[in-house]
Design a protein around this ligand. Structure first.
Ligand code: SF4
Length: 305
């Protein structure tokens, strides 16, 4: 996501005009440009190949009738999963690793598994895509995101073997303004989150048996005891938190090691990123989620409660 500026030596001062004394040797523009042209063509081809693979997967899935197991059956799967993977309890040394949790989830649910991403980073999407190529990555597109978040979403689609699914509210921001008055987030953040995040995601999740989230115990006090696998009674499916045990350092070093896309706002004072009107920078040493709904008695959008 880092913008790279490359000078090709073009413009009014590049090279020498005919008849003028020879200055320093002008850069060979074709020699500089050709690797860039080649790299751009390669990137285009990779993106096109990814689109073809996604289309093939969509066509394959469209021809398959898959029975969604009953809530009781899935509840039992969640119980068994936590028993198999959870070791002695959340945070214990004998808990399964993220890769082991994902391997179990892929075996258990296959294409009935989705990933939810806020586009803060792409670590979880990458981890799951290594074991389930073209997995659906659900992005709650509220209409209020920072440009950097939308840029991260585009980069994830470009760079990873995943299928990004934009989950949108029924009303556009303009329609919501017309029906409920402008800037509902200022007057009733609960209703705004419910209409723009929680209900659309619940509807999207109804087509799956399980979802994997990037929720981590270190995020906040309310997430401190998050299990690796649980029954999500709000959305009636299995909820999997493969990186629940990861620290900030674990996440950052993994992203760096694998050269993964991260939201540039992470390096700009936003350790937790939500909608632009409801997210502010935090000061060094402040709670990482202090910038979310600052000044309100609200710490979660409602998706993870
Ligand atoms: S985070 Fe703010 S803008 Fe986004 S849905 Fe919730 S209240 Fe609305």
């Amino acid at each position: 996501m880092t913008a790279v500026s490359v000078s090709l030596g073009v413009g009014p001062n590049a090279g020498s005009a005919p008849g003028t004394p020879a200055g320093p040797a002008a850069p060979d523009r074709s020699a500089l440009a050709s690797p860039l042209v080649g790299a751009a063509a390669e990137a285009r081809e990779r993106a096109a190949a990814r689109e073809r693979a996604r289309a093939e997967r969509r066509a394959r899935l469209a021809g398959v009738t898959r029975r969604r197991r009953s809530d009781a059956e899935l509840w039992e799967v969640a119980r068994r999963g936590q028993e198999e993977l959870g070791g002695s309890g959340p945070g214990s040394a004998d808990e399964a690793t993220a890769e082991e949790v994902i391997a179990w989830a892929v075996r258990e649910f296959g294409d009935g598994l989705a990933v939810a991403s806020s586009m803060t980073d792409s670590v979880l999407s990458y981890l799951v895509s290594r074991q389930l190529r073209w997995v659906d990555v659900l992005f709650g597109d509220t209409g209020y995101h920072f440009a950097e978040t939308l840029g991260t979403r585009a980069a994830v689609e470009h760079e990873l073997d995943v299928t990004v699914v934009d989950v949108r509210p029924r009303l556009t921001v303009a329609q919501q303004d017309a029906v409920h008055g402008p800037d509902l987030f200022e007057r009733d953040a609960e209703s705004c989150c419910r209409m723009r995040k929680v209900e659309p995601m619940r509807e999207a999740l109804a087509g799956y048996e399980a979802w994997a989230t990037g929720l981590r115990r270190g995020d906040s006090a309310t997430r401190r005891h998050a299990p690796l696998v649980t029954w999500d009674s709000s959305n009636n499916l299995v909820k999997i938190n493969p990186i629940a045990a990861w620290s900030d350092d674990d996440l950052v070093s993994f992203a760096l090691r694998h050269r993964l896309v991260v939201n540039p706002l992470l390096n700009d004072g936003y350790p937790s990123i939500g909608c632009a009107p409801c997210t502010r920078r935090v000061a060094p040493g402040e709670d990482p989620r202090a910038g979310r709904w600052a000044g309100l008695d609200k710490v979660e959008c409602g998706l993870h409660v």
